[in-house]
Design a protein around this ligand. Sequence first.
Ligand code: HEC
Length: 189
Amino acid sequence: MRSNRWIRNTRRTPFAVSPLACLTALLAFGIACQPEPPSPPELEGEGEGGSAWLSGTVDERFQAVGSQMGGFSQAMLEVGHRYEDLYWAIQDGNWAYAEYQLEKIGDAVERGIIRRPGRAESAESLFLDAPLPEMMDAVHSGDEDRIRAQFEAFTLSCNQCHVVEEMEFVVIGPPEARRTSVQPEGAER
Ligand code: HEC
């Protein structure tokens, strides 16, 4: 089963105000215990092209970060890169690295779905439900012929989804040149 491993629980309560304390404060000093929305911190370089470019309300700043993260194409850039490394891992017989890349490809597609739920149906039915786990099974078998055959089916599933998602002009195939800096096993360190 897939899990949202990458989502960390970032919910933190810096301090808790008990209802009784609120009531006491309210009665004693007329202080309302409505939590104040945090105001944007004063950051160095704001508006000067520095790194502190986020401004506006908390919602506006989250929106800005979300938009910077991009949508499905950002996920696909990562998937494309990892697909290449997966290919070279298979050429090298480096099954541990192949498994690693497959896991990361799955994670990237799932993150893409969170950002663009409209892609979920194709991503799941054409990729996550079968081709990805089947490729993983093949890698686990360590049977080179089976792995190579499965890689073709795996590639086909990328392209099938591109057709269904009206991205038929993005045609995936094994890379011609090694761009990864990850070396074959046994290479000099
Ligand atoms: C949901 C079905 C789906 C699956 C499965 C899928 N893709 Fe994509 N792919 C897309 C869509 C949609 C885009 C265009 C994204 C956009 O413009 O928002 C895309 C774009 C791409 C791009 C171009 C990215 C860019 O912006 O430069 C690459 C590379 C790519 N996919 C690689 C792959 C590879 C490799 C696989 C298989 C391992 C794969 N894709 C599987 C839907 C899919």
